[in-house]
Design a protein around this ligand. Structure first.
Ligand SMILES: *Cc1c(COP(=O)(O)O)cnc(C)c1O
Length: 408
């Protein structure tokens, strides 16, 4: 558990420490720190600052900040409740919430590196992460090498020289490539690298990178953690040592802080996350199987399908859960892909994902437009690729909508 005892009250220490709570119970209970009013729901503390009864107490508070909040940029009671709850779910020693997934990603890597250092990353990833690694960090003298995520020999080669950090995304957005977290972590640790996993696509429900050997996990909480299209947020989780030595000194002074209001929304979201993600996964599996039967579809990439090249690894790494996104390559060109999307009546056109509403996007012209055609091609993003994020509607209605869009 996180070593931030702020606001902890005797009641929250029950049940006894030897009682291992089920994740669903932790999603409702972990981190709960009630005020003196005994409110049922977590309190929302909208305050930027904190007061002290005397100057000595203020001085004391600045020494280690363990029993007194000092400033909203560093911490807030509502934010701390969210951090402790997510840490409990992830099995991490420490969690820091951030204002967005990208601020989490950037800070998690940037806090480790200096000019001359080397970073190795999987080539297939969310486009903003790609920009951070291939454009921003190199500007500051950091060398970044990208490797094909599902090629063990490429990882072995890249991780045969000293490396400061490894960044990987699995499944990748949008092509759903799978990286073997354990294999990469073992190789990375031999050359002293810290392994950071973007666990957004799998969600905290189905993939536990820290248990597989990774050192740090980052989330865009905008996706499944909120999962209801309301707030932008992120989180970084890892060991107490990584946080104290690297992450917190960077975070505190660069300010990617989450708002207390958004953290409060996320606290409530976590209570239902497992149920939402399980339902969305089950529907996605059903829809992926349906799509594979359609002649209009050239290929379906979904880690829960036997046709996925890393189906076996998925069984091992996520217990077989394929996730809530499906990557569809249609027969035809960009015009055909656009026409199909435009015929959908229920499914919304939107580039977000992990949402309760089912959303579809054309990555080549939206989320991954920022990348060059060559990089897009390398990732497998062709003009007829669509990414479908399956939501909470009844799958029967989603299949009906897809069917009518095919038929028209
Ligand atoms: C959305 C996303 C991010 C960025 O998160 P924001 O909350 O939009 O900043 C990073 N990685 C992946 C895989 C994502 O899908």
């Amino acid at each position: 558990m996180s070593k931030r005892p702020w606001g902890y009250q005797p009641r929250s220490e029950r049940p006894d420490p030897n009682w291992t709570l089920d994740p669903q119970t932790q999603a409702v209970r972990a981190g709960l720190a009630r005020s003196g009013f005994g409110e049922t729901s977590e309190a929302l503390y909208l305050t930027s600052g904190f007061t002290y009864s005397n100057a000595e107490e203020a001085e004391e508070a600045f020494i280690d900040e363990t029993d007194h909040f000092v400033y909203g940029r560093f911490g807030n009671p509502t934010v701390a409740m969210f951090e402790q709850r997510l840490a409990a779910l992830e099995g991490a020693e420490f969690c820091v919430a951030t204002g967005s997934g990208m601020s989490a990603m950037f800070a998690s890597v940037a806090c480790l590196v200096k000019a001359g250092d080397r970073v190795v990353a999987s080539a297939s990833m969310f486009s903003s992460c790609h920009v951070v690694l291939t454009e921003i960090l190199p500007k500051w003298g950091v060398t970044v090498e990208l490797v094909k995520g599902n090629d063990p020999s490429a990882w072995a080669k890249a991780l045969s020289t000293p490396t400061k950090a490894v960044f990987l995304e699995t499944p990748s957005n949008p092509m759903l490539d799978i990286v073997d977290i354990k294999m990469v972590s073992d190789l990375a640790h031999k050359v002293g690298a810290t392994v950071i996993v973007d666990n957004v696509m799998a969600s905290p429900v189905y993939q536990k990178p820290l248990q597989l050997g990774a050192d740090v996990v980052m989330y865009s909480a905008t996706k499944h953690i909120d999962g209801q299209g309301r707030v932008l947020a992120g989180a970084v989780l890892g060991s107490f040592a990584y946080m104290q030595e690297h992450f917190l000194p960077f975070f505190r002074h660069t300010g990617p802080t989450i708002s207390a209001f958004n953290a409060w929304i996320l606290l409530k979201s976590l209570e239902t996350m497992q149920m939402r993600v399980e339902k969305m996964n089950a529907s996605a599996q059903e829809i992926a199987e349906f799509l594979e039967t359609r002649k209009e579809v050239k290929s379906v990439r979904y880690p829960g399908l036997k046709s996925h090249p890393d189906y076996a690894l998925t069984q091992k790494q996520t217990g077989g859960a394929g996730g809530t996104n499906i990557c569809i390559e249609l027969n035809g060109n960009k015009k055909d892909a656009f026409a199909f999307v435009n015929r959908l009546v229920l499914i919304d056109i939107s580039n977000n994902h992990g949402d309760s509403k089912t959303l579809i996007t054309h990555p080549a012209s939206t989320t991954h437009k920022r990348l060059s055609p060559e990089v897009q091609a390398e990732m497998g993003i062709t003009p007829s690729v669509l990414r479908l994020s399956v939501g909470l509607e009844a799958s029967v209605d989603l299949i009906k909508d897809l069917t009518q869009a095919f038929k028209s």
